[in-house]
Design a protein. Structure first.
Length: 435
């Protein structure tokens, strides 16, 4: 969180700097009846933000001060085609104050990203001056600007409750339809198809009558689900075969795939907890159009998310390259290379020729090169040819940082136990109850 500070718009020569502090017995000028030269607005603007310390750092935890009595509350949801200035004008704020509120909130949030459904709340003093403005944006996040005796602007993360859910479904025509009928998030159909790519062709394997059981987490703000649900465990019973997938947690760097109780694949991923968004192979290109070869897999992740090396090796190069944007290539034993592309930045701790361990940070997610949104393109090259990262184990000789067989079995048992407990309960469980 970062505060934004403004310099005074009006300076009175010869007065002491202490005049910037509002005198206790002097009323604040009213926005409802400004003077002809706008001094009421200008005085408020000149007093608003001056919280920088002598060393240039910001006082992020500064108190907002005590709000005055009899604040008038005003709020409205942003509608189609509306912007912040329209709502502030509707609330009765004059142009200089509307500009100041917009600058304050814009210091923490890009106002070009405003969407219908966002919520603006204002607290206005009885004589017309604004005390605070709060903009609620996506996922319950709020930007709060206070214009009182101790001005501030900050981003307030939502206080979310994480619930563990579970459900089961009988497949008739497709996994998507089965999930939808069972009120399980349908996006899990894509999650399963991508993670099982190279292990099981779900589209061919599913013919009807198969059974599916899933455990997932969802974050809630009151009765609203905030963000995308996160799948933790899935079991697909095909009758003669049973496949299970375990995503240990948001900090784990691997996902596990089991077939008939036996571990068949461990996938080591470069962004802990991230979910696949695009698979290896032919696809409709999102930028150039047409069917083209996608030589790696993509992870959807927020801008700046940490990217880690999946296996130990040596940094081959760090550079910008055509459609890949800013990328890092790591050389591994067995004539294997891994590529991490579309980065926003690389770690200052790495350099070409340097040895790197599995799990060590190499950069941050970005959208450089040919990209439509922040994500990571991850590629494995064996003997000069890109190979499907989820097919087989190309790093058989590299065991550093891998979970042992016993811990992999424990993770499976824990996931099954969580499924049983949540399915047996009448209500969704909190994270501690879910285990």
């Amino acid at each position: 969180m970062r505060l934004r500070y403004w310099t005074a718009l009006v300076a009175v020569v010869g007065l002491s700097v202490t005049i910037a502090v509002r005198e206790a017995n002097k009323p604040r000028p009213s926005l409802a009846a400004p003077s002809s030269d706008g001094s009421a607005q200008d005085r408020l603007v000149s007093e608003v933000f001056d919280n920088e310390t002598h060393d240039g750092s910001t006082q992020n935890n500064r108190e907002e001060g005590t709000p005055p009595d009899n604040l008038i509350a005003w709020s409205r949801v942003i509608g189609p085609g509306e912007n912040l200035d329209i709502l502030l004008a509707e609330a009765g704020l004059e142009a200089p104050m509307r500009s100041e509120v917009s600058r304050a909130i814009g210091a923490e949030y890009d106002l070009r990203r405003l969407k219908p459904g966002y919520h603006l709340s204002l607290e206005i003093e009885s004589h017309g001056l604004i005390w605070s403005a709060t903009l609620e944006v996506e996922d319950g996040q709020r930007i709060r600007a206070v214009f009182g005796d101790t001005p501030s602007v900050r981003t307030i993360p939502p206080e979310l409750e994480t619930l563990v859910r579970a459900g089961e479904a009988e497949i008739a025509t497709s996994i998507f339809a089965a999930l939808d009928a069972a009120s399980i998030p349908t996006r899990f159909a894509t999650d399963l198809e991508l993670i099982l790519d190279g292990t099981l062709d779900l589209r061919r394997a599913v013919t009807g009558g198969e059974h599916l059981r899933i455990v997932w987490r969802e974050n809630r703000l009151g009765d609203r689900i905030i963000g995308d649900p996160i799948i933790d465990y899935a079991e697909i019973d095909l009758g003669e075969e049973r496949f299970e997938v375990v995503w240990p947690d948001d900090e784990a760097s691997h996902s596990l795939i089991y077939k008939d109780d036996r571990l068949v694949r461990t996938f080591y991923q470069p962004i802990p907890g991230a979910r696949l968004s695009s698979s290896f192979g032919l696809r409709d290109h999102p930028v150039h159009g047409g069917i083209r070869m996608h030589s790696g897999i993509d992870f959807a992740a927020p801008f700046g998310a940490e990217v880690r090396a999946t296996h130990p090796g040596t940094i081959a190069f760090i550079e910008r390259r055509s459609g890949y944007g800013l990328m890092v290539e790591i050389e591994h034993s067995g004539n294997i290379r891994t590529i991490y592309a579309h980065l926003s930045a690389t770690s200052a701790a790495i350099a070409p020729g340097q040895r790197i361990a599995a799990g060590e940070e190499i950069g941050q997610v970005g959208s450089t090169g040919t990209s439509t949104a922040p994500h990571l393109h991850y590629e494995i090259i064996v003997d000069g040819t890109p190979v499907p990262p989820l097919t087989g184990d190309n790093f058989e000789g590299n065991t550093a940082g891998r979970p042992d067989i016993l811990s992999m079995q424990v993770l499976l048992d824990e996931a099954r136990g969580k499924l049983t407990r949540v399915l047996a309960s009448e209500l969704p469980m909190g994270p501690d109850q879910g285990g």
